[in-house]
Design a protein around this ligand. Sequence first.
Ligand code: NAP
Ligand code: ZN
Length: 349
Amino acid sequence: MNIKAYGTPAANAPLKQMNIGRREVTAKDVEIEILYCGVCHSDLHTARNDWGGTIYPAVPGHEIVGKVTRTGGEVVKLKAGDFAAVGCLVDSCRECESCKHDLEQYCLNGFTGTYNGKDKHSGTQTFGGYSEKIVVDEHFILKVPSNLDLAAVAPLLCAGITTWSPLRHWKVGKGSKVAVVGLGGLGHMAIKLAKGLGAEVTLFSRTQDKKKDAVELGANEVIISTDHNQMNSVKGKFDLIIDTVPYVHDVNPYVSALNINGTLVLVGYLGGLEPILNTVPMILGRKAIAGSVIGGIAETQELLDFCGKHNIVSEIEIISIQDINEAYERMLKSEVRYRFVIDMASLKK
Ligand code: NAP
Ligand code: ZN
């Protein structure tokens, strides 16, 4: 089927309206009319080919919430009229050790990304949620808790699960000392979720005027990362630090802020570290540096259910699709408070 979307024809071109093809609904597929789509910093990295490998035209968007419009004959999870969500994954091999353990994000044969991936059914490129509709196998569809605001749920599908997964993996709970680096889309969800799990939470930010917001989001403490005295005051403190900064930065001060056995988990920046990493504090303190990518389908449903139970959603600014290029510029200036969500009804304009 041919549908309307918003995407970019090249790394240096703005996003604009275009038509894209989607596969027809097969037996196990669910067709969703997209109501809201969150704007992730990864959308911008992909649109501008920051990581290399973007195929054009590219249609970003992997924080998708909508309404089921059609289902294939074998679908049991949802029916037409239900609200449903799609995150960063739309397929995986489902046979490897990772997939068998609900870790589709670490599929040994490579997962299929919601955008810039390869559709296994049609062999064509996958296009994301800045579009009218999406067709996805029911295994990769999430159910949305009925008590939450649909637009504010959208960012849970990437910003939420990307921070939830390390919080769960490193067993954060009551009394854990957690810190978050960077208060953007991922960072603000990390604070809310760590708080929801009972942790004591600290924010590291470069931005003085985000302090009040951080406290309202649930942070017990805010450390301005450019202030040496403040940085020294938290040496050896944290069990887990989640670093969401998208660009290269010095991680050594965060290693120093870890407790013995503590872990710094990088979820933002992809690439070589600069300045170089000093192993001395790691060796002398049995500290670890790790990475983590999004989360599996079962874990994403666990997150959505947890958010439903604890009434946790993202802090959002709703935009029209026509404002997307300006939104990217504002995101680059760290101006977003704290996630843009596109009202996809604007695509009909
Ligand atoms: P965002 O909303 O733009 O937030 C990033 C925050 O990092 C900013 O608000 C800012 O916070 C801080 N920051 C920005 N530039 C910085 C710099 N040069 N040096 C130090 N701090 C800086 O981005 P996001 O959507 O949360 O995404 C964050 C990163 O995670 C992106 O690179 C994205 O691609 C990646 N990501 C990874 C996964 C995964 O699975 N691992 C999933 C989704 C996204 P302050 O103003 O507080 O300093
Ligand atoms: Zn994302």
